[in-house]
Write a protein that binds this ligand. Sequence first.
Ligand code: NAD
Length: 418
Amino acid sequence: MSKRENLYEVVLEQVTTACEALKANEAVCELLKEPMRTLNVSFPVKMDDGTIRVFNGFRCQHNDVLGPTKGGIRFHPQVDMNEVKALAAWMTYKCSLLGLPYGGGKGGVEVDPRTLSKAELERLARGYIRAIAPIIGDHKDIPAPDVNTNPQIIAWMVDEFSKIRGYNEPGVITGKPVNFGGSLGRTEATGYGTALAAKLAAEKIGLEMKGARVVVQGFGNVGSYAAKYLSEFGAKVIACADYTGVVYNENGLNIDDLMNYVANNDRVVKGYPGATKEMAPADWIDVECDIIVPAALENQITEDNVDKVKCKIISEGANGPTTPEADKILTEKGVLIIPDILANAGGVTVSYFEWVQNLMNFYWTQEEVIKRLEDLMIRAFESVFKTYKETDGVSMRIAAYMVSISRLGDAMQIRGWC
Ligand code: NAD
């Protein structure tokens, strides 16, 4: 089975376990197991040399019982419908868990954007939006950036969609540049939420944040801001890793300085002068610490390396960084894992704020955004922790699915779906 098929299997396994623990209505479980709508598209793009290339794209709308579907668009050579389905399903659970009025969606185009010129990339972005336009809209399905899509690409997409509509519809896609309808605080939102979730977990297990040792894998958007806020909460970030290596300092790395170094050095940590030691990329897992933040890719903590983990808390910045086998072993060892659908939900929460601001045409300050994000993250964390404590034998991950699925199930019943 390929890794991508496996990703959807992982979601199904998590949902089935949570439905059993909840004794959920059978129709609710069945409805959640398959997406309500998927769309395969094929569209032409004129290349700079005058030739036409045809690209394949996908959009999946997993479930819209709570509101319009929402989720990113990924440009990647290996993206396929299975991966998009898994990511769309995770969005359904994440939005429900945070109490957002959204369902889950996801999309992608099979392309390596590094092989395109800027003009070709723009035509590809516009072509994809024309292809999926019949099923998206600010009250239907609201995309966002994901792997290899950024605020500029999103701005082209919104522009194209607005031309189709005949009027500006900024709320159709979130993740826009701040001077074109984007929200203040969106860039740091996911990392902030991941750091806040770790802090709340530390309070629950009596771990003092001041001086707590932190290891972060992945020093991109999520990892760097999680490290920054954890340092601001008093923790000591002793190791940061990316695909080029691990930079380590037992006295704590200066995260602002490291972020500045990475911004000026091809976005990598390798060679950072403030480190006392550098290690190979995979060695982050050997570092003894109190908190681990995996913020790179899926399937990073597995059956093969889980024995090396020496920490008390894992706050999952990335989607799916811990395999189900590793998750089970860590839970048995007493490691508190804050699952991805909770720990990295800060991003979609501020995307929701962006959409609200677009619909109101009234924009908030950074402080307002962060305060509202904090309130929703704390509320979601507390409800998951309560379910975790009150339900025998479930992990924080299954507790998170239980909270999420019970809201989805209630809405389905109230609406008369089952
Ligand atoms: P990013 O591209 O900004 O950063 C990714 C980081 O991971 C980089 O530092 C990169 O060097 C590192 N990395 C890549 N491959 C690696 C490897 N094999 N070993 C070690 N490090 C590796 O991406 P991001 O936006 O920070 O996203 C990271 C993860 O968080 C992804 O799983 C993403 O789906 C998830 N996520 C992101 C957001 C968001 O708002 N950006 C929201 C929710 C979830």
